[in-house]
Design a protein around this ligand. Sequence first.
Ligand SMILES: [Zn+2]
Length: 294
Amino acid sequence: MLAVASSLVSCHKGASFTSTDKIKVVATTSMAADMARAIGGDQVEVISLMGPGVDPHYYKPTAGDVQRLSDADLIVYGGLHLEGRMTQVFERLSDKSFSIGDQVDESFLITKDGEHDPHIWHDPYIWSLAANPLAKRFASIRNDDDDAKFEDNGESTFEQLLNFAFEINQQIQKIPENSRVIVTAHDAFSYYGRRFGIEVVGIQGTNTTAEAGAQTLKSLADMIAKRKIKAIFVESSVPRSTVIALQEAVAARGWKVEIGGELFSDALGDPNTPEGTYAGMLRHNTKTIVEALK
Ligand SMILES: [Zn+2]
């Protein structure tokens, strides 16, 4: 009886993944989806729940999303409470959930008001720390010859991201040191700023669900006018109104600050554009920042 039972179990286990089955991955943000594709290659099928311009802090899963998450072999998400309204779903499906943020040692994380800043993808070095753990996770789902392939992908993604951090750093050097300030709608670029030596100021906090106070706007306008900062930036996933209000407040202080362009903060661009990939998004942001501030 026991032998039959165990052979049934192993048979079932073996049948759940053959080398032709793709691992079904549901990613929350487009950044998480990009990471899953880079590591999984042609062995995975990735769905991204949040498209271009979608704000993950606000995103509430639809009934269809919950179904897709339940049907997935693996859920890849940003974590660190980025997807604040999906916490319960992740807890319920914790057996097949992979939080990118949880792969990063706490000593690398930025803490604000007692909470970890979730915007880790803006530092390619920190983001790279999840590459090898995700490769291991894919390999554990499919226990066959493809393990090595996942490992190779994990290692090459890790190396690419490190080189990428170096490339961005070189671009940033073109900005005069006293002009290295990024003012944006919400506080998404602290990891970017820390890695590349740029001061970062968000009108709102790290979470877009918090209101921007009148006092914050006033002191920011004072700072920009006083330091004669050339440009401030709008974000693809946050309404422009607070940045426009800040621009007007600066004008009232006798300094003309430009809108330096649109940065991709919490979502990648359209899938059919260069900004639709992780690398393309960071290149776009860096180019926009350097052009506006140099
Ligand atoms: Zn954000």
